[in-house]
Write a protein that binds this ligand. Structure first.
Ligand SMILES: NC(=O)c1ccc[n+]([C@@H]2O[C@H](COP(=O)([O-])OP(=O)(O)OC[C@H]3O[C@@H](n4cnc5c(N)ncnc54)[C@H](OP(=O)(O)O)[C@@H]3O)[C@@H](O)[C@H]2O)c1
Length: 268
């Protein structure tokens, strides 16, 4: 029996969560556009995908920090796919640095990748999503988008902006019948920590208890099938977020202790 045509665009599909998501979607019968900058990694993921009866998967090499390249990439997707049922804004970049060490160019790159690109991509993809059947957008933010943490303030703030963007967009696009979901993964074992700028070599987290990228990919697929406004993959972080609203000093203290440090509110 023929499977209905379902088309997905996954950004950051050359590694980690994006590659796992592209594979999971192809397994589920989606025709997939894989987008990232690294051509050879993208090709390897592309070649590993299950074939689709409606046509070939597509890989698009694109730096999402370049708005003109982003527009050209979407024009190509439009020409070759004609519409989209799913957009997964997954491409992202970490930045591990104390505020006093922040480099303006890296700060800008973090926000261009994690915030501006999803904004511009959603804007450019709207005509394609309008032509899709029951379209869904999944924005991959992070549990730290709902609770800022020391040593990663720039990254957490960029993901917080993405969470806020998703909330507003969800209501704007309800009239378009496009579902918008935020997925907040917690620690996931990918190459993310090797790639992120870390000028002072602050210690990376211990990945031994981390989720695998396939677990996050499975959540993306669940959201594509049954959209929910927001899903956080570790309930502990959700509790910390809620605590931070009502008892921020207690939340700060608990977080500092968990990260292996102490904290006391400045006495005034
Ligand atoms: N790993 C975690 O613990 C964790 C936790 C919570 C949330 N997340 C989020 O999950 C998402 C995926 O991260 P990951 O863990 O899978 O890390 P990853 O393996 O480093 O993947 C990041 C992806 O983003 C792409 N990318 C980065 N900058 C880009 C740009 N300017 N243009 C196009 N593509 C770009 C990279 O591809 P190219 O280098 O080939 O361009 C790569 O495919 C990110 O948004 C991250 O913030 C990760």
């Amino acid at each position: 029996m023929s499977v209905p045509l379902r088309r997905a665009l996954v950004t950051g599909a050359s590694s980690g969560i994006g590659a796992a998501t592209a594979r999971a979607l192809a397994e589920a019968g989606y025709r997939v556009v894989l987008l990232a900058r690294r051509e050879s990694e993208l090709r390897a993921v592309h070649e590993s995908l299950r074939e689709n009866e409606h046509g070939e998967h597509l890989r698009v090499v694109c730096d999402l920090c370049d708005p003109a390249a982003l527009e050209a990439a979407l024009a190509r997707v439009d020409a070759e796919f004609g519409g989209l049922e799913l957009l997964v804004n997954n491409a992202g970049l970490g930045y591990r640095a104390k505020v006093e060490e922040l480099d303006p160019a890296l700060l800008e790159r973090t926000f261009r990748t994690n915030v501006l690109a999803p904004f511009l991509l959603c804007k450019a993809a709207l005509p394609l999503l309008r032509r899709g059947s029951e379209p869904v957008v999944v924005n991959i933010a992070s549990v730290v988008g709902r609770r800022g943490i020391p040593g990663q303030t720039a990254y957490a703030a960029s993901k917080s902006a993405l969470c806020s963007f998703s909330e507003g967009l969800r209501i704007e696009w309800a009239t378009e019948d496009i579902a918008v979901c935020t997925l907040n993964p917690a620690l996931t074992a990918t190459g993310f920590f090797e790639v992120q700028p870390n000028p002072s070599r602050l210690p990376d987290p211990d990945l031994s208890g981390a989720a695998g990228p396939d677990e996050v990919a499975a959540e993306v697929l669940r959201l594509a099938r049954h959209p929910r406004p927001e899903h956080s993959m570790r309930k502990k972080w959700l509790a910390l977020t809620a605590l931070g609203l009502f008892a921020p000093r207690l939340a700060d203290r608990l977080l500092a202790r968990r990260l292996g440090g102490g904290w006391r509110a400045p006495k005034r």
